[in-house]
Design a protein around this ligand. Structure first.
Ligand code: SAH
Length: 224
């Protein structure tokens, strides 16, 4: 099935994907599982047809509703950071968007479940179809404001968000398991930082990684 998705399309050729891998390595991505998944997971099916030919460029691309599919480098970097200290069996994702990052998370080694929240219903529906197409059945999607996490399903070993709040929402830290790690962009437009929060027996440890550019974390839900 998956091989049919690539068939006959030059843009999905192995060479194009190898170039993307090479670029990710040049940018410092070292986790082999991440690199391997970035190569084997078709990014073009997460885009509308008109943009599919640009799927393997290292850039963010529009997915409608003023939202974007994150740049491959940032997807790889955030995934690598999330898994840096041990396995992450239960993961909470905020901002399903296209579902591409969701698919990568679900396919990482030792991941049992990904719980992913999106506030824009039409985006969520498309993501659901794509995940089904890839035969990924370990993901639960929810239409809600992810600011408050998903308390019923926690605690989570890993939390990853693709939209930036002004500060880390306290509910997300509460829903992090001991030994768990949260990776998300934080800050006002134009001065966001990628932040890692580790929850240990001794408390909370926050590390600032690098400047990033994400859409803002918004409140409320948008139904069709
Ligand atoms: N990882 C996604 C990124 C999409 S952009 C991808 O690569 O396709 C960020 C997403 O976060 C958007 O779809 C946006 O609608 C969503 N979002 C923003 N605020 C949110 C909130 N409070 N709760 C849930 N999702 C939110």
């Amino acid at each position: 099935m998956e091989s049919e998705l690539f068939a006959g399309i030059g843009m999905t050729s192995q060479r194009t994907r190898d170039r993307m891998m090479q670029r990710l390595q040049e940018l410092g991505i070292r986790n082999f599982a991440v690199l391997d998944l970035m190569r084997s997971t078709p990014r073009h099916i997460f885009l509308d047809e008109a943009l599919a030919q640009r799927a393997y460029e290292d850039s963010a691309l529009p997915i409608g509703y003023q939202q974007t599919l994150s740049q491959p480098y940032i997807v790889a970097r955030m995934t690598e950071l999330l898994f840096q200290r041990g396995p992450r069996r239960r993961i909470l994702e905020i901002g399903t968007g296209s579902g591409y990052q969701t698919a990568i998370l679900a396919r990482m080694p030792d991941v049992d479940h990904v719980f992913s929240i999106e506030r824009i219903q039409p985006l969520q529906e498309k993501a659901r179809q794509r995940l089904r197409l890839l035969k990924i059945y370990t993901v639960q999607l929810r239409l809600a404001d992810g600011t408050f996490g998903w308390a019923d399903k926690g605690p989570f070993d890993g939390i990853l968000a693709a939209a930036a709040p002004k500060q880390v929402p306290p509910e997300l830290i509460t829903q992090l398991a001991e030994g768990g790690r949260l990776v998300m962009p934080v800050g006002e437009d134009g001065e966001q930082q990628l932040v890692v929060v580790d929850k240990t027996a001794d408390g909370i440890e926050t590390t600032i990684i690098e400047p990033v550019k994400f859409v803002p974390l918004l409140t409320g839900v948008m139904r069709k």
